[in-house]
Design a protein around this ligand. Structure first.
Ligand code: ADP
Ligand code: NI
Length: 221
């Protein structure tokens, strides 16, 4: 009956939380358990506006980075393992397949992949992208850069640090965390699928621009 199904769904969510905590734990590049948890909460917030199934959103959000190539040596193998894990959960084959489709499509990163096919996919992708901007997005970017051995900022020799405007890329001598703002963070607000995510992104985007202005002002002294 309906109660059985709700109970089974709650059990699957608990199991996914467990798996995400175990696999992502204290990961140090910004893809840790707390990222998965924030993406889950944001996905649940966006779901009603899109008529998306909150259960599929929640599972996909919790599991979306577990098989990411930045965290595992063999992404394809990790995806296959995740698929078998899902099949062992008390959920329908349809839901399991849908969650896998979302995770696989999202892993074509950088907006160059195919558009998400379902409302649930659009919601989870937006929730993941919102976690890449604003104060948290900034923190994750510097954490990632540090982990990858990159400098926080690498102004080109002889150039002023501050660009004309914070949204113009300053000349740099190589990759840096600040450079990543121009590669990705500042572009994300125009890549969102849902109206609610676009509204949330406005303020986070303005905050990043204000942050960069302050950053350059302090850099130049
Ligand atoms: P997705 O969220 O599509 O899986 P990534 O995992 O590549 O994208 O990025 C998630 C976050 O990790 C980014 O928003 C950023 O904070 C950080 N990150 C990823 N690549 C870089 C990079 N080259 N330099 C700095 N930060 C990065
Ligand atoms: Ni993510």
């Amino acid at each position: 009956g309906r109660e059985d199904r709700e109970g089974a769904r709650a059990a699957a969510v608990k199991a996914a939380e467990w798996l995400a905590r175990e696999r992502l734990g204290g990961e140090a590049s910004g893809h840790d358990w707390h990222h998965a948890d924030r993406v889950r909460r944001m996905a649940l917030r966006l779901a009603p506006g899109e008529g998306a199934d909150p259960f599929v959103c929640e599972l996909a959000a919790l599991l979306h980075d577990i098989a990411d190539r930045k965290l595992v040596p063999d992404e394809e193998l990790a995806l296959t393992e995740l698929e078998s894990w899902l099949k062992r959960q008390p959920i329908s084959g349809e839901d399991a397949g849908h969650v896998m489709e979302i995770i696989r499509t999202m892993s074509f990163r950088g907006g160059s992949g195919p558009p998400m096919r379902t409302p649930e996919g659009r919601v989870v992708q937006d929730a993941d992208r919102l976690d890449a901007i604003g104060a948290i997005g900034i923190a994750r970017t510097f954490a990632y850069g540090g982990r990858a051995g990159r400098p926080i900022f690498a102004p080109a020799d002889g150039s002023r640090a501050a660009p004309e405007a914070a949204d113009r890329r300053p000349p740099e001598s190589g990759p840096s965390a600040v450079g990543h703002f121009y590669d990705k963070l500042l572009l994300l607000k125009d890549k969102l699928n849902t109206a609610e995510a676009r509204a949330i992104a406005e303020r986070r985007h303005r905050f990043m621009l204000a942050y960069l202005e302050q950053f350059y002002a302090e850099w130049e002294g």
